[in-house]
Design a protein around this ligand. Structure first.
Ligand code: ZN
Length: 149
């Protein structure tokens, strides 16, 4: 069965409840709202809120990602002092396909809008794949959390 083309999507974000992010994705407390999935290009978009002191599990951006940090502060790739980025709201960022992020630390409570053009590959310390979050997994998790199955 062919899916109908989506002409547009509209999400009143305050009417969507936050759902917890799995510990395998965020260590130390995070929530998300899935906003959109585009199977035709393999992209997905979400709003994420993560607490100060939390960290994002090591990952590789299999496709590029873009973000708009609307609130807070975080360090990517160890932060500016380590050759990475210290992102302070309001700011925009782009991560190239293949970018590897071993150290993403939340310095102040953040809220961030993210679009991923492809999967996020979660890796362990040796670079082995331990999980994947892509346009297939994100809506499946969302449906499970919001009981939309
Ligand atoms: Zn990243």
């Amino acid at each position: 069965m062919l899916k109908q083309k989506i002409e547009c999507e509209y999400v009143a974000m305050n009417e969507v409840d936050w759902q917890p992010l799995p510990e395998g994705f965020i260590r130390g407390g995070g929530r998300w709202k899935l906003l959109h999935v585009s199977p035709e290009v393999g992209s997905w978009t979400g709003l994420f809120a993560v607490s100060k002191g939390a960290s994002v599990a090591s990952h590789i951006h299999v496709g590029p990602g873009e973000y708009f940090l609307t609130r807070g502060k975080l360090e990517v790739r160890g932060g500016a002092e380590e050759g990475g980025v210290t992102a302070t709201a309001p700011c925009y960022g782009y991560e190239a396909s293949g970018a590897r992020h071993d150290q993403t630390l939340i310095l102040e409570d953040i809220e961030i809008y993210l679009t991923f053009q492809g999967p996020i590959q979660l890796i362990d310390g040796e670079g082995n794949t331990v999980g994947v979050m892509a346009w297939q997994q994100a809506p499946a998790l969302w449906a499970e959390q919001t009981h939309q199955r």
